[in-house]
Design a binder for this molecule. Structure first.
Ligand SMILES: [Zn+2]
Ligand SMILES: [Zn+2]
Length: 283
């Protein structure tokens, strides 16, 4: 499978010369199976660039999943060009871990006077589907989910194909239990042996105490999870809006240092990087 990031910023999009390398767009990922089935997770502002690419490629079908519907994860949806193409078919999956029916939630996001085009009048064919059973099979991709520890709930995903695995846990606070959230050991089980874990690492340990309960992790918790779960590569995600490129480099340096030490637990040391809005991975 090919995992591509289109936005790695958290909370609000940013721009400026200090954000060029890691990028300013908010959460959107695409995952393509070996047969080119296309799964998209979240519609932060990064989905705009994905939409432009899909239109150029003449793509007419995709599946869309959401981790949750906080603004930074839906803000790009009205500017996703395939929505306005009558040839395009979109399977939209809700999840019991989301706070309500996904079609109803998105209908509230795209409605006058907040946006001129109502969701129900979009020209593309959007089919709202409910997740049946424990996993979702999309072509050769097998998708499983876990509840996030985050205000207003949320869902994390594990995607597997031919023995390779990708886990996406953003907006997940490992040191604080939110309603519906799971224990650290349950997240370890969910991430076990993953080739790539992309996890929320919005804060430094120094910043975290004053932001406890906001729904995000600091890099030491993300690193501990990756190492204890035997993950091969950890990708830091949901970058704080104030974190400049140079500060991101420092965050990665400190996370690598922490992973190598005893504080992160025993076991092989995962590789570590921070996602940019153009990162891609072949698994
Ligand atoms: Zn977020
Ligand atoms: Zn959130």
């Amino acid at each position: 499978m090919k995992v591509r990031c289109w936005g790695a910023r958290g909370s609000i999009p940013v721009s400026g010369p200090e954000y060029v390398r890691y990028g300013g767009d908010t959460t959107c990922l695409s995952i393509r199976s070996k047969n080119d089935a296309l799964l998209v997770i979240d519609a932060g502002t990064g989905i705009r660039r994905l939409g432009c690419q899909l239109m150029e490629q003449g793509r007419e079908d995709l599946t869309l999943l959401f981790t949750h519907t906080h603004w930074d994860h839906v803000l790009g949806l009205p500017f996703f060009k395939p929505l306005y193409n009558p040839k395009v078919r979109i399977d939209l999956y809700g999840s019991p871990g989301l706070q309500g029916n996904i079609v109803k939630l998105l209908t509230r996001v795209m409605a006058p006077p907040l946006f001129p085009m109502p969701f129900a009048q979009l020209p593309s064919s959007i089919t709202g589907l409910e997740w049946q059973g424990g996993s979702l099979q999309l072509d050769s991709l097998r998708v499983t989910r876990i509840a996030l520890s985050h205000p207003n709930l949320g869902v994390g995903y594990r995607i597997e194909e031919d023995g390779k695995s990708f886990v996406f846990l953003t907006d997940n606070e490992l040191s604080q239990h939110h309603r519906g959230g799971r224990s650290f050991s349950e997240y370890v089980d969910f991430c076990r042996g993953a080739d790539l874990l992309v996890h929320d690492a919005e804060y430094t340990p120094e910043e975290y105490p004053s932001r406890r309960g906001w729904g995000h992790s600091h890099f030491e918790d993300a690193a501990r999870l990756a190492k204890v779960a035997g993950v091969k590569t950890l990708g830091l995600f949901h970058h704080n809006q104030e974190r400049t490129d140079d500060a991101m480099d420092e965050l990665v340096r400190r996370t690598r240092e922490f992973l190598s030490g005893p504080g992160a637990g025993s076991g092989p040391v995962p590789a570590c990087l921070a996602l940019t809005q153009d990162s891609s991975f072949d698994l």
